[in-house]
Design a protein around this ligand. Structure first.
Ligand code: ZN
Length: 245
């Protein structure tokens, strides 16, 4: 981005922050408090004015607040396709080796990682965050087995995908390949399937026990409104079910 555009964007952001100061909503990720969250292109009141967090990022950070043992007990954490707002917080956690990776890395420190063939040793991580990745991966079962392999026996995987709660079974059709057809069938031009709540069964089949956490499991009604959480976001907190092999 050209320098002038960057400055303009920075000024606009500060003006927006000032204009929307308030106490009606609060972002768990950055601690910002506002009159309302910012509209996204496809839904109202979705984004934090301060850090850009979406509903699902605020829910993930709330989980770490409500279950402090997850981060307190972790020495090595792997985060796929990390969003800026969460990356900034996790990078600052003391005593944690925070490893980030993506199929197409964004920043110099990110590892180039194919989630279906991780060039990482067995049992290397206490925690893994894999949010909105698997719906892009044709071999998602292979990816889940790889995540299981690099996780320590007492570690955890936090997995999120878009879920169509009205379906009973995940919808896949390998003949749907064009961006237009994928958008119509799977909600986004580069998604390769549309998961149903049976996403948890796939994780179990790959060797995890799964705890499904929805906003109501972590927050009361007032908090759900204040933190701007969405019932569409389901956290899958997974742990290795049995020793590998
Ligand atoms: Zn924020």
């Amino acid at each position: 981005m050209p320098a002038a555009a960057r400055v303009t964007r920075g000024v606009r952001r500060r003006l927006d922050l000032h204009r929307h100061r308030g106490d009606a909503v609060a972002c768990p990720v950055c601690g910002g408090r506002f009159d309302a969250f910012k509209d996204d292109w496809n839904r109202p009141r979705a984004l934090c004015w301060g850090c850009g967090a979406h509903e699902r990022h605020r829910l993930q950070w709330l989980l770490f607040e409500r279950r402090p043992e997850l981060l307190a007990g972790a020495r090595d954490l792997l985060h796929f396709a990390p969003e800026w707002c969460l990356r900034r917080r996790l990078d600052a956690v003391g005593g944690l080796r925070y490893v980030t990776g993506d199929l197409e890395p964004e920043l110099p420190g990110d590892l180039r990682l194919d989630v279906t063939a991780l060039e990482l040793p067995d049992a290397a991580f206490d925690g893994i965050i894999c949010s909105h990745v698997l719906e892009h991966v044709p071999q998602d079962t292979q990816a889940m087995r790889e995540l299981r392999r690099v996780l320590r026996p007492d570690g955890w995987l936090l997995a999120l995908v878009p879920i169509d709660a009205t379906r009973t079974a995940t919808y896949e059709d390998a003949s749907i390949v064009t961006p237009e057809a994928r958008l119509a069938a799977f909600w986004q031009h580069d998604h390769v399937r549309l998961y149903a709540p049976d996403f948890a069964d796939r994780l179990r089949a790959a060797g995890f026990t799964v705890e499904v956490l929805r906003p109501t499991d972590l927050a009361d009604d007032d908090e759900i409104a204040r933190f701007g959480l969405s019932d569409a976001d389901w956290l899958h907190l997974c742990r290795p079910a049995s020793p590998v092999g």
